[in-house]
Design a protein around this ligand. Structure first.
Ligand SMILES: [Cu+2]
Length: 156
């Protein structure tokens, strides 16, 4: 009978390094932001604001808007694909949208968009449709809020 080693196979160098590599690989998967889709919560507040004015997310992430007040909703005004904007919500309803196309999305509250209740979602760090967003028809007040949000979106 052939005597090889006193140690069990798994503890020998080659096997151990394989397990270490596998372990590191699994850790990378666990901590990689892009591997698992995230859920981001945005509260719709009674002071006519969305709790996150400029949400930066990855493709495949979902935003959950939570109705936290009365008389508000979420309606999409512009996005990277103007022929298929995400669905809007009913007044006072919670709302969820999964974003599968990169670019900037502009949304707002139908009753209060004119007074500046708007928000941006930037998917995949992609600002290619910036001009389209800028050209969205809005009230003067909303336009100035949008300019501020776009400055935030463009910073770092
Ligand atoms: Cu509102």
């Amino acid at each position: 009978m052939k005597e090889t080693t006193n140690f069990p196979m798994w503890i020998s160098g080659n096997y151990l390094s394989k397990y270490v590599k596998l372990f590191i690989f699994l850790l990378l998967i666990l901590f990689s932001k892009s591997t698992f889709a995230e859920n981001i919560q945005i509260e719709i507040n009674d002071d006519e604001t969305y709790s996150i004015e400029v949400a930066r997310i990855d493709i495949g992430d979902t935003i959950n808007w939570l109705s936290n007040g009365e008389g508000h909703n979420v309606e999409f005004f512009a996005g990277p694909d103007m022929t298929s904007l995400p669905k809007g919500s009913e007044i006072d309803a919670d709302h969820s949208v999964m974003f599968n196309k990169s670019g900037i999305y502009l949304y707002g509250c139908i009753p209060h968009a004119n007074t500046g209740m708007i928000g941006l979602v930037v998917v995949g760090g992609d600002l290619h449709n910036l001009e389209g967003i800028k050209n969205t028809q809005l009230s003067v007040v909303a336009k100035s809020v949008l300019e501020r949000l776009l400055r935030t979106a463009q910073s770092n």
